[in-house]
Design a protein around this ligand. Structure first.
Ligand code: C2E
Ligand code: MG
Ligand code: MG
Length: 703
């Protein structure tokens, strides 16, 4: 059972007989149940309406004091939203029709009213009112919406002339509705493409012509009346009339200038390194892939330069991360200056950078750029009042020769970079397939070295160092040997660099120090002539925290006099981190430990620079010694080194002396000591013992 809605009806009728007749027609009448109230005069009706909610007024048009339209107007005034059904005399039907224009819903002719007709009129009046009300509300809602939404709404008629602008549209176009109305859309809404600056054809014309919702093209700019530009986006739809025919169109759009800028910023952040502002790994990969696709079609070449700073970690650790960061920024800028515009310099993270070179014709091109980068990076960086020196190692791979994918090109450039590091750093290397084998080897070496320490696979050989004038053995150099369980002896040049990279050198180095000191002490204790024990110290070891403390702990432990040892460090250790090196050297020599520069001549140091350090000796690299007998310039170089070293009061030791001819030259030039196969190969400790016991001096074995 459904509840019947009770509707209230006010009958305004001065004729009581008529009222009675009508009143009799009310009862429970179907869908609605009506509750009838009588008013005998206009005033009575009006005052009732003022206090009560009424659904329908049945109004006699001939009320005394007021007639026709005037009566309707008065009721409307008293109750603006009430439905009105008129009662009229048969001869006054035309007046009723006029009065309807004032907002009455219907009229009934007195004397002809039947119950059913009355009820239908009342029902219709109520229902029409409901519909009107709903329509009004939705129109009202639409208007409010259009006035308050953040989107701009512009409507045109079928001819494309403006028929409506909402307030947002007014402010975005710079036109008021009154000014704009009737003007062609193109005049009010000036649209251009952001990139081409070409006028965008009126999007509404298309929407109207094709009768469907369309969107504004991407990259659309609205030029406001004052020529200010806004990025806009959104959709355009045709408006239909009641018969479904296109009647005009509406375009809804919004200002996306800020949103676009924000989106662009987000994309930029996601694709760039925040420290240097360079493209990051993500963007580099993207660009590399694009370049590969491009070169696939155009049969061109691309180069990938993978670079890693040498010894950056140490700077970072010793000067602190903020300085490290500024150094990276400085390096980034220098690298960028070395390449052309279309090339990409990216930071991969840490101290790794990748440069992507386009349009390369061959290795010569790349060599020029790589050389330029090496030089640029190497020049002093002034960071927080420190003059920092840093170098980089570069590995190069080429598309298509060394790889067809971004991943393989980067991997192979990385492998080549490792090779550059192994070859002495501050240089570039082109990738070669055999490097991959080495890379794998390298990894297994690293794993095996960890075991080697535990399983005592390392040992030391000692190579005598001879005083050239007296032929007496003045010392020995401890040289490490690794007897790998399956691969046999692995030369130190193969595993020391790997140990340096992996940090294992710290454990290996301290093992060497302890072993060498123990041996030196044993020889002394055995009453053999005192010797200088020369021990190689790698860069990383020398620069590590606690190196000095560790060394002195070993000296204490073994009871060896600090003056019995001589540490061999390479030039690069001194040059790269001069400040740190100077203080370590001072501490060492303060305790009587001797220090020599190994492989002198292969690095970058000038003798002049060496003046700054407190040192004991230089070891001339064997490559120079080898040149002595070839009559090349290096012969003059050896002479120069010896005489300058003497002026600096440094001892000079020649390495790798193999022939008596070499020895003769060195002797004539005044070189102090020599070491090489001419006297002895590196030997196990027992053989050195025998040698010392027998003679304690070594004549050259040459005839
Ligand atoms: P180095 O310190 O310059 O050592 C001299 C190298 O020259 C040794 O090679 C030695 O065997 C070799 N040699 C000596 N006389 C001659 C000669 O007359 N002719 C030729 N052709 N070679 C000669 P080795 O033992 O293979 O060591 C190579 C390098 O490995 C060393 O160069 C040194 O830099 C490094 N190294 C060796 N032992 C250690 C160590 O315990 N710690 C560290 N950090 N590095 C070490
Ligand atoms: Mg050495
Ligand atoms: Mg050497």
């Amino acid at each position: 059972m459904t509840m019947q809605a009770v509707k209230t009806v006010l009958l305004i009728e001065s004729d009581t007989e008529e009222s009675r007749l009508i009143g009799k027609m009310f009862g429970n009448q179907g869908r609605y149940s009506f509750e009838l109230t009588y008013a005998g005069s206009m005033q009575e009706g009006e005052s009732y309406l003022a206090d009560h909610a009424v659904d329908v007024v049945l109004l006699d048009l001939e009320m005394p004091g007021t007639v026709g339209q005037e009566a309707v107007r008065r009721i409307r005034k008293a109750a603006p939203r009430v439905s009105i059904v008129l009662l009229t005399a048969p001869e006054r039907e035309s007046a009723a029709i006029l009065a309807m224009q004032e907002g009455a819903q219907d009229y009934l002719v007195k004397g002809q009213i039947e119950t059913r007709e009355l009820m239908r009129a009342l029902r219709n009046a109520i229902e029409r009112k409901v519909i009107e009300e709903a329509l009004y509300k939705s129109k009202e809602r639409a208007q409010v919406t259009l006035d308050c939404i953040g989107d701009a709404v512009v409507c045109t008629d079928l001819a494309g002339n403006i028929s409506f602008l909402n307030p947002v549209a007014e402010s975005m176009t710079g036109w008021s509705l009154q000014e704009a109305i009737g003007h062609p859309l193109a005049e009010i809404l000036e649209l251009v493409d952001a990139t081409t600056r070409k006028t965008i054809p009126n999007p509404l014309e298309k929407a109207i012509a094709q009768d469907r919702v369309g969107g504004l093209p991407a990259n659309c700019i609205l030029i406001r009346r004052d020529r200010h530009e806004l990025f806009i986006e959104d959709s355009v739809a045709p408006i239909h009339d009641r018969d479904g025919m296109v009647d005009g169109s509406v375009i809804v759009f919004r200002d996306v200038t800020v949103a676009r800028a924000l989106a662009a910023k987000i994309v930029h952040l996601a694709e760039h390194d925040s420290l240097t502002g360079l493209p990051n790994r993500l963007l580099l990969n993207d660009r590399l892939q694009q370049s590969i696709a491009h070169e696939q079609r155009h049969k061109g070449r691309i180069a990938v330069l993978f670079m890693d700073l040498d010894g950056f970690k140490h700077i970072n650790d010793s000067l602190g991360h903020p300085s490290g960061d500024r150094l990276l920024q400085s390096v980034a800028m220098r690298i960028e200056e070395c390449v052309r515009n279309p090339d990409t310099v990216s930071r991969q993270g840490g101290d790794e950078f990748i440069v992507l070179l386009h349009d390369v014709t061959g290795p010569a091109d790349i060599a020029v750029v790589a050389g330029r980068i090496l030089q640029a990076v190497e020049a002093i960086h002034t960071v927080d009042n420190h003059d920092l020196h840093v170098t980089t190692s570069i590995g190069v791979s080429l598309y298509p020769e060394d790889g067809l994918t971004a991943e393989s090109l980067i991997r192979n450039a990385d492998t080549a970079m490792y090779q550059a590091k192994e070859n002495g750093r501050n240089r570039y290397r082109f990738f070669k397939p055999e490097m991959n084998v080495r890379a794998v080897e390298r990894q297994s070496i690293e794993e095996d070295m960890r075991h080697a320490l535990k399983h005592r696979e390392f040992s030391l050989r000692y190579q005598p160092i001879v005083n050239i004038m007296s032929s007496a053995i003045s010392g020995v150099e401890a040289l490490i040997r690794w007897k790998h369980p399956t691969r046999g002896f692995i030369p130190p040049m193969e595993f020391i660099p790997v140990a340096e990279e992996s940090g294992l050198i710290l454990s290996i180095g301290s093992w060497v120090l302890r072993e060498a000191c123990t041996q030196a002490k044993a020889w002394l204790d055995a009453g053999l002539p005192s010797l200088t024990m020369a021990i190689n110290v790698s860069a990383m070891q020398f620069q590590s925290d606690g190196f000095i403390e560790g060394l002195f702990a070993i000296l204490d432990e073994t009871g060896l006099d600090p003056q019995s040892i001589e540490l061999e460090v390479t030039e690069s250790v001194l040059m790269k981190h001069a400040g740190l090196a100077a203080s370590v050297l001072q501490a060492l020599r303060g305790r009587g430990v001797r220090v020599s520069v190994d492989d002198f001549g292969t690095g970058y140091s000038s003798l002049n620079y060496l003046r700054k350090f407190s040192l004991d000796a230089l070891k001339i690299d064997q490559s120079f010694v080898r040149e002595i007998t070839k009559g090349s310039d290096d012969k003059a170089l050896v002479t120069a080194i010896i005489s300058m070293a003497r002026s600096l009061r440094l001892q000079v030791i020649a390495e790798g002396v193999e022939t008596s001819e070499e020895l003769g030259f060195l002797k004539a030039e005044g070189c102090d000591e020599a070491q090489g196969y001419l006297f002895s190969r590196p030997l196990p400790a027992e053989q050195i013992t025998l040698l010392l016991e027998s003679r304690g001096s070594l004549q050259s074995m040459a005839p």
